[in-house]
Design a protein around this ligand. Structure first.
Ligand code: AHR
Length: 561
């Protein structure tokens, strides 16, 4: 029965994303299925361009210029946020092994995972879901006796509730991240959520505060972000925009944070459910929520609008996460770049109702979603993570940075062992994925100021799919140090880049480049260093820096002035 429920629930998500990706697929197939004349013309043109480009590319450096005199918005560190759902081995085994485990742990939380995540400076973690959040009842996860329940969304397995509120807060404390709680709107009540927040945050000696103290934490917890529902248009309760809006207003009003340190400054930010794609139903959703926000009264508020968008291309997710070729590489990257239009589309609606950009667009579920690894439990969403995912991550982080004035938070799905993970574990073993390395390389961009980059590197074309050949961003940190992230999307051609830095007296630059022999190269428990960054450096000549980017690579450099 549980299996059936899980299957049905997974199907509903499948159907939604099938619908969601329909437009993308139609677009893709249209370009693949051109007429024979168009195709042969295209082929001849491609040959001509390649023939012309080879000698030119060998001789010419690609010019990239950075203008520090025109700084943009702050790249909020929260765009490097993570998402950890009670799903498969994301929490159990990935984070939690229990205090009696032979795997080294601190109060049940794996030491190796904590050390790896600390190096990423994870700003925040969204928990406990996802679809799981709308069936989560917090009281079952506190105190010495835990209630065993089911996880009908994800494999119908038992949910022991041994990882609950206190374990989450301990984990966040160990890795140095903020809490982003998703409260249960679908099957919970405003009272249940309000009591959870009182339990967590009040400093006054209420019965709930005393219970928190008896459970080991006398001081109030700090809760930085509150998600009011998850995908309430689907797994979160199939609500209409109007129905959701009435829930949002009620939860926003009554689910209070009482922590004395969060009353004036550092108030808890409330994030409303937003769109799950670019189709008309989600345009209407964003319109409805933002219109209501525009005329909101003192009694309710919101600070963020969530958006979910996975790179799927084909549903059910049949793209392999390993063992694929250049065509699948190009298709997935083409699809992922649609994030830019999606962000622009919803930002434009938000601008209409919130021109001062008070409400952040929070992309709190994104990443590549592929076929489950053969032999794994389908509901556990287990996939490998390749060099392609590293490039996918870099391209999306660049897009969020380019929209930093509106996109002030994002949470990749998901942190450990699920979908596009940072870390994979198998009992006592742990391996860092190529995506992990990108997040580590991008640390200098956290809270740095966006600086515009101009580059004209042309395109990369494969199998009728054309993509920008190079993607780049730059930013300046508080001390004025300049960082650049440059991705060479082309898996066949290296690129020699000459960087001009107006307003910067560059002496040299150094950093790391991430690449590997194949687009589907992965790190495994037996070969964990197949895709790892290598150091790169350059000296400036006539104020310019020159770097050779390997094909299919991500490079981050810091400029010495
Ligand atoms: O990340 C997996 C699932 O995808 C989440 O639970 C849900 O919110 C989304 O549909």
């Amino acid at each position: 029965m549980a299996q059936k429920l899980a299957f049905r629930s997974l199907r509903s998500i499948q159907c939604r994303i099938l619908h969601q990706s329909h437009v993308r697929r139609t677009f893709l197939f249209a370009s693949e299925a051109g007429s024979p004349l168009v195709r042969s013309l295209f082929a001849s043109l491609t040959l001509l361009v390649v023939a012309m480009a080879v000698p030119v590319a060998a001789a010419q450096k690609i010019q990239l210029s950075v203008d520090v005199s025109k700084p943009g918005a702050k790249i909020d560190r929260n765009i490097f946020g993570q998402f950890a759902e009670h799903l498969g081995h994301g929490v159990y085994e990935g984070i939690w092994v229990g205090p009696d485990s032979k795997i080294p742990n601190t109060r049940g939380i794996r030491n190796d995972v904590v050390a790896a995540l600390k190096a990423l400076k994870v700003p925040d973690v969204r928990w406990p879901g996802g679809c799981f959040a709308d069936e989560y009842h917090w009281r079952k996860g506190i105190g010495p006796q835990r209630t065993v329940t089911l996880n009908p969304n994800w494999g119908g397995v038992l949910e022991p509730n041994t990882f609950g509120t206190h374990e989450l807060m301990d984990f966040l404390d160990q890795i140095g991240a903020e809490a982003y709680l998703s409260v249960n709107v679908g099957s919970g009540t405003p009272q249940e959520a309000a009591e959870w927040l009182e339990y967590l945050t009040t400093a006054q000696p209420t019965t709930l505060a005393k219970e928190r103290s008896a459970n080991g934490h006398p001081a109030p917890y700090r809760i930085a972000f509150l998600g009011i529902g998850n995908e309430s248009w689907d797994c979160g309760g199939n609500m209409t925009p109007d129905y959701y809006l009435s829930q949002l207003k009620t939860y926003s009003r009554f689910v209070r944070n009482f922590n004395p340190a969060q009353q004036d400054n550092q108030q808890m930010l409330k994030i409303a459910v937003g769109p799950g794609g670019g189709e008309s139903r989600w345009i209407e959703w964003t319109e409805a929520v933002m219109k209501a926000y525009q005329s909101h009264t003192w009694s309710w508020d919101m600070n963020g609008l969530s958006m979910h968008s996975y790179t799927v291309v084909k549903w059910p997710p049949s793209y392999a996460s390993v063992g694929f070729g250049e065509t699948e590489y190009a298709q997935i990257l083409k699809s992922t770049l649609e994030m830019n239009e999606l962000v622009a589309k919803h930002s434009a609606i938000m601008d209409k109702y919130d021109p001062k950009k008070k409400v952040a667009l929070v992309v709190d579920e994104w990443g590549g979603w592929y076929a489950p690894l053969p032999g794994s439990i389908p509901g556990f969403l287990v996939q490998q993570n390749s060099l392609r995912d590293a490039i996918l991550a870099a391209l999306n982080l660049n897009i969020f940075a380019q929209h930093a004035d509106r996109v002030r938070m994002a949470n990749i799905a998901q942190m450990i062992n699920v979908l596009q993970a940072m870390i994979l574990t198998d009992k006592e073993k742990m391996v860092l994925t190529p995506t992990y390395h990108v997040y580590k390389m991008y640390v200098p961009f956290q809270d740095a100021t966006f600086v515009p980059v101009t580059i004209d590197a042309g395109t990369y074309t494969h199998d009728g799919i054309t993509l920008p050949r190079i993607a780049a961003i730059a930013a300046k940190d508080k001390a004025g140090k300049l960082s650049l992230a440059i991705t060479n999307v082309d898996p066949n051609r290296p690129a020699e880049i000459e960087i001009s830095l107006a307003g910067v007296n560059a002496k040299s630059a150094a950093g790391e480049m991430l690449t590997a022999s194949k687009v589907d190269s992965v790190n495994t428990f037996d070969a964990p260093n197949t895709v790892v960054p290598k150091p790169v450096s350059a000296k400036a000549q006539d104020g310019k820096l020159t770097f050779k980017l390997e094909p299919k690579s991500v490079t981050v450099i810091l400029v010495d002035q």
